[in-house]
Design a protein around this ligand. Sequence first.
Ligand code: ZN
Ligand code: ZN
Length: 220
Amino acid sequence: MTPVIEVAYPPRCPECGLRGCWVCADCLAATPLFAEPRCPICSLPLTHDTCACDELPNRIDRLWVAGPYDGWLRRAIYQFKFSGETARGPHLASMLVPGCAGLDDDVVIVPVPLHRTRQRSRGYDQVAIIASELSELAGRPLTSCLVKTRETQAQVGLGAAERSLNLWDAFAVEPGIGAPPKVLLVDDVLTTGATMTECARALRREGTSWVGAVAIAHGL
Ligand SMILES: [Zn+2]
Ligand SMILES: [Zn+2]
């Protein structure tokens, strides 16, 4: 049986509206995903002369981002996040599968959490949906062990230092669940990496020794 949600939201290109696909060939060509092959640590395409391995967000051991926060990808995330287009989740999650390549077998997927109030007002947690789809697609276990302990100001318009301060101690490992030794954090949009760093700090405080991170889009 087709889930009701797919009936309500048939596939269509978020940029030009073409039906029958989650992104059309033209819009994908206009804003392509980051090229492969990539550096396995910082995910920068190996066609670049330089690496960004020494610019990883603090406390993050490995970072992988699927594409730029631009064009169809930006619209896809927006519609998924704010327009209730949750049927787009599996497509977005599928773009993160290459980011799981080469990870140790015991790496556990952990979604970056929303604050409960935010989730209630939106009705769903978009990152939790993507993380759970990714867990199935990549055949890796998932634990939602992180919680956001307080509401924070939107990060938009804040500088890097302000972002870190805004998020300071905003995440914690859920009491009674515990933190896995190796974690792959999942988020939708990565900007300065301050959110990933704070999540990693909370995990490492509870004994996690390795933290990788994947995100769908990189917004600069
Ligand atoms: Zn299109
Ligand atoms: Zn690198």
